[in-house]
Design a protein around this ligand. Sequence first.
Ligand SMILES: *Cc1c(COP(=O)(O)O)cnc(C)c1O
Length: 359
Amino acid sequence: MSRAFNFCAGPAALPESVLKQAQEELLDYQGLGLSLMEMSHRAPEVVAVAEQAEADLRELMAIPSNYKVLFLQGGASSQFAMIPMNLLGDKKTADYVNTGQWSKKAIKEAGRYCDVNVVATDEANNFAAVPAFDTWSLNKDAAYLHYTPNETIGGVEFDFIPDVNVPLVADMSSTILSRPVDVSKFGLIYAGAQKNIGPAGITVVIVREDLIGNALPATPAMFDYKVHADNASMYNTPPTYGWYLAGLVFKWLIAQGGLEAMEAHNRAKQEKLYQYIDASDFYANPVAINNRSWMNVPFTLADAALDKAFLQKAENARLLNLKGHRSVGGMRASIYNAVPMEAVDALISFMKDFEKEQG
Ligand SMILES: *Cc1c(COP(=O)(O)O)cnc(C)c1O
């Protein structure tokens, strides 16, 4: 068996050593004679897995003690609703930055609960850049400001953390754990697991304690951060197996040297790929240099009629899932933490050969 290089935007590549450990433990977890999947979430061994995962995530991200870490279900998309439900309090409006497809979904959902003030957007320019902070029109009555540090579809990333007077809320689904971040600057950070954390099915929410406990009266229990915080994310049956796999990924990250090491590794990967794209007349990336995503690298070919051939040949070369999102077309190489430099090297070498043949 040989594993292909997987550039999927999500669910994304997992570290091979993590999959191997899961395989080894699949049928008989720590000599207990059953799979972790088959165990009660109240079993001490499962609670230990859950607690260790939280401890390791806290260590990796240096999460201050006045933040809760919640392991929830419903994906980042459920957070689009949970955030206004829990953070609006008696405020009637919230600030949102619109930098692409995921921002738009968050804005649309928040619109059910409050007046959404879009502080800035580069939509007229096809979201090619993050609008400069000094052009934003912030509302002083906003309950919070929401933004998407990395737009997974457009490959657009913030090169700054907004400095605002209201709680800062960030959808870090596709950038969390890619490098160190100062958690204390945020009111709430959330991320679906299936990009940089683990398999789909679990969602991490890191929320400052003072923001918990003010949910709107009609908030269902399952949507109330307080309910989950008070029950250590075990109010109902949590996705135990996804939690376990996320924990293995956290251990793997610590063994790699933590987020400083991931930063160096990710910086080098994206630099190589963008440098090659920029040097070529055949491939192009439309995003402003300062806002290019480290995790999701979209690119177009000189002639879109060649897209199909490119994807077919890439697949034959075992370079998988390079098709761009259906809303933007072209290609996209997602190079998350678990994608090694060898994958980037193989992709560039393939792109060179394809250009030579067609260019
Ligand atoms: C993938 C993604 C989402 C959606 O996540 P789900 O877990 O599918 O709900 C939301 N925001 C960003 C930035 C994403 O990359």
